[in-house]
Design a protein around this ligand. Structure first.
Ligand code: AMP
Ligand code: ZN
Length: 455
């Protein structure tokens, strides 16, 4: 491939040429959902951004030469609390939430990652990493807990570029008698009888959050790999602590060579989040009228997301969704018509070139307005995961659903009767009434009338 891929590396705070450790197996890990509740549209941002990167890597290196791992966190105190609140088992809660999550990401046009490991299936790997950390004196056990000894790592904080003092001032640090240092974080903690737990050398307990990702990335991608991604809020402490665990356990200078972080999806200038209560779930956007009084197809949600560069904040508004839909509708009609209307020059090269420049999707999408070959337009949209045909099908499905076919049939029959009686005024009135309902009539040569839903 000619053009090189460049990505902004949080570790270096600059755009760098991407050089994989092994071009025949490019490896990427992205932190996935904690399955205690439906994902909101802010959570969809990393899913879509890293899906675009996954597709671009497959395009560049070949579909069989990229391994994409996105985990499912199915052990967490939020899960325990929610299951108790709803009076269902932890298993029921995580299964149900994961099922909806998988439906959501599919509707957003995301490819299935190569592996979606579950935390609860990697307890042995977690224990093994923790044992290594204890053996190399980067961790210590106390009171059924195991903690990572932060001062034991000389360049802790390299990703977030904060000094220990700054981190201490900025972080909400739990004070606990078993901790040697204020910044030390939990690798393992004891479980009460009613809490999920696994036997370990430190008693029955459960893992801390950060160790899960170190274990799952190790198992599926190895001790070091190429790209690690997530939202910008994960830089500290989550990713900083993943790095500390993995580097110290395996004695490497890096865990992943490139760290990528998406900016926040915002509502009126504030981060969308569960805790602020200003969220709308992906499920609600797709299946209910909660946002802007209507349902939105996944293709429109995705396009709206890609019209902003992934590192910039994005404001989630009805107007932005409507604008995205207007463009998508025009493109879908052009693809359906199937007619080449002019010379597209090096459109596809420019499109891919923009993506290869640190996923410059807004620039790439702007080129879509000056392509005159429906096949090229379709290919370009598919490269970023937007299937124009499935958008058209969505519209047809939804419009049909909102339409009372029986009532339409009755009106059509009344119109046929009016025409037979040569009552043209009544016939036209009925046609107009149907048009107002979004129904277009077609009078066939054989005297029958068929109808279709207008787009
Ligand atoms: P959480 O469930 O909070 O761990 O978030 C799951 C993923 O969504 C992480 O990669 C977060 O960084 C990301 N995320 C959460 N809220 C937002 C937001 N408002 N905008 C963009 N990304 C977000
Ligand atoms: Zn993680």
């Amino acid at each position: 491939m000619s053009q090189t891929l460049r990505i902004y590396n949080t570790l270096a705070r600059e755009k760098q040429e991407f050089r994989p450790l092994d071009a025949s197996n490019v490896r990427m890990y992205v932190c996935g959902p904690t399955v205690y509740d439906y994902a909101h549209i802010g959570n969809a941002r990393p899913l879509i951004v890293f899906d675009v990167l996954y597709r671009l890597l497959r395009h560049h290196y070949g579909a069989d030469h990229v391994t994409y791992v996105r985990n499912i966190t199915d052990v967490d105190d939020k899960i325990n609390a929610r299951a108790a609140e709803r009076g269902i088992s932890i298993r029921e809660l995580t299964e149900e939430t994961n099922r909806v999550f998988q439906e959501d990401v599919r509707a957003l046009g995301c490819l299935e990652p190569t592996v979606q490991p579950r935390a609860t299936e990697h307890i042995a790997e977690m224990i093994s990493i923790i044992e290594r950390l204890i053996a190399s004196r980067h961790a210590y056990a106390a009171d059924g807990h195991v903690l990572f000894d932060v001062p034991s790592m000389k360049d802790y904080g390299r990703l977030s570029r904060r000094s220990l003092d700054e981190m201490l001032a900025g972080a909400r640090v739990d004070v606990a008698p078993y901790k040697r240092g204020d910044m030390d974080f939990v690798l393992w903690k004891p479980s009460k009888e009613n809490e999920p737990g696994w036997d370990s050398p430190w008693g029955r307990g459960r893992p801390g959050w950060h160790i899960e990702c170190s274990a799952m990335s190790w198992k599926h991608l190895g001790e070091t790999f190429d790209i690690h991604g997530g939202g910008i809020d994960l830089v500290f402490p989550h990713h900083e602590n993943e790095i500390a665990q993995s580097r110290c356990a395996f004695d490497h200078d890096v865990m992943a060579n490139y760290w990528m972080h998406n900016g926040f999806l915002q509502v009126e200038g504030e981060k969308m989040s569960k805790s602020l209560g200003n969220f709308v779930t992906i499920h609600e956007l797709l299946h209910t009228e909660k946002f802007g009084g209507r349902k939105w197809p996944g293709e429109v949600l995705r396009l709206a997301m890609l019209r902003t560069h992934y590192r910039q904040p994005i404001d989630w508004t009805v107007k932005a969704l409507e604008e995205a839909e207007t463009s998508l509708r025009r493109w879908a009609e052009f693809i359906e018509a199937g007619e080449t209307t002019g010379d597209s020059g090096d459109f596809f090269g420019q499109f891919v070139g923009a993506l290869k420049d640190d996923l410059n999707t807004p620039l790439a999408m702007s080129f879509l307005h000056s392509v005159f070959d429906p096949r090229l337009l379709d290919d370009a949209l598919m490269l970023v995961g937007i299937d124009a045909r499935s958008y058209v099908q969505w519209i047809e499905r939804e419009t049909r659903r909102g339409v009372d076919a029986a009532a339409i049939g009755a009106l059509i029959n009344a119109r046929l009767a009016a025409r037979a009686a040569k009552d043209w005024a009544e016939s036209d009135r009925i046609r107009d009434e149907l048009a107002a309902m979004g129904i277009a009539l077609k009078d066939n040569k054989d005297g029958t009338t068929t109808w279709e839903v207008k787009r």
